[in-house]
Design a protein around this ligand. Structure first.
Ligand code: 5GP
Length: 209
């Protein structure tokens, strides 16, 4: 029987650098990044179907009614949701899937899929978080304050996660995430059946060396 893939949930406050870490991880490892649906308007440079699936509020509501989302949440006045069927199919197929989602969404996934790996990305400091949000240049003064206040509240949720990674330098943070994933792949409760089923082959290999 094929082992299920890992569901890796990267989450944390806006400006912590989840997106950048995700891109870097995808360059290095063979993960499948889930593309979310959103009701927000595309930003400059974003590609429909690659960055997000851009939906109207009505279309989003219909998807909710059809039970199409693994989770969804309202974040800063817009809706965001993770399409369920594609994620489940990939996991069943043994592929490792990454979700880059907000904290409300991550906690919903944890309730329904506790075997996921929940990683909280922290900024090195609140000052740095503020600089990163300003540096994006995509926020108004008002939304900047909203995001910053939300970040203060959200950091309290770190205790609900399995791991916390401080995103000081991208390289170091990515190495830590890769190490977490490597360790998770070796957890006995994930691979016990595979080991027991292949015990005979392992012994056979040992003695035929
Ligand atoms: P942005 O508008 O800056 O792309 O994203 C705003 C926030 O929504 C980020 O924290 C991002 O991680 C989160 N987000 C993106 N996709 C999803 C999703 O499918 N579900 C949830 N709950 N949050 C999401």
């Amino acid at each position: 029987m094929k082992n299920k893939g890992l569901l890796i949930v990267l989450s944390g406050p806006s400006g912590a650098g989840k997106g950048t870490l995700c891109k870097e991880l995808l360059n290095r490892e063979n993960f499948w990044l889930s593309v979310s649906a959103t009701t927000r308007t595309p930003r400059k440079g974003e590609v429909p179907g690659k960055s997000y699936y851009y939906l109207s509020k009505d279309e989003f509501k219909n998807r909710i009614l059809n039970d199409d989302f693994l989770e969804y949440a309202e974040v800063y006045g817009n809706f965001y949701g993770t399409p369920k069927s594609s994620v489940i199919e990939r996991l069943e197929n043994g592929e490792d899937v990454i979700l880059e989602i907000d904290i409300q969404g991550a906690l919903k996934v944890k309730d329904n899929y506790p075997e996921g790996v929940f990683i909280f990305i922290l900024p090195p400091s609140m000052e740095e978080l503020k600089n990163r949000i300003i540096g994006r240049g995509s926020e108004t003064a008002e939304s900047l304050v909203t995001r910053f206040k939300a970040a203060y509240r959200e950091i309290n949720y770190v205790s609900k996660y399995n791991y916390a990674v401080i995103n000081d330098t991208i390289d170091e943070a990515v190495i830590k995430i890769e190490s977490i994933i490597a360790a998770e792949r070796c957890r006995v409760d994930r691979i016990k059946d595979k080991i027991l089923n292949s015990k005979e082959d392992l012994i056979h290999e040992q003695f035929n060396d």
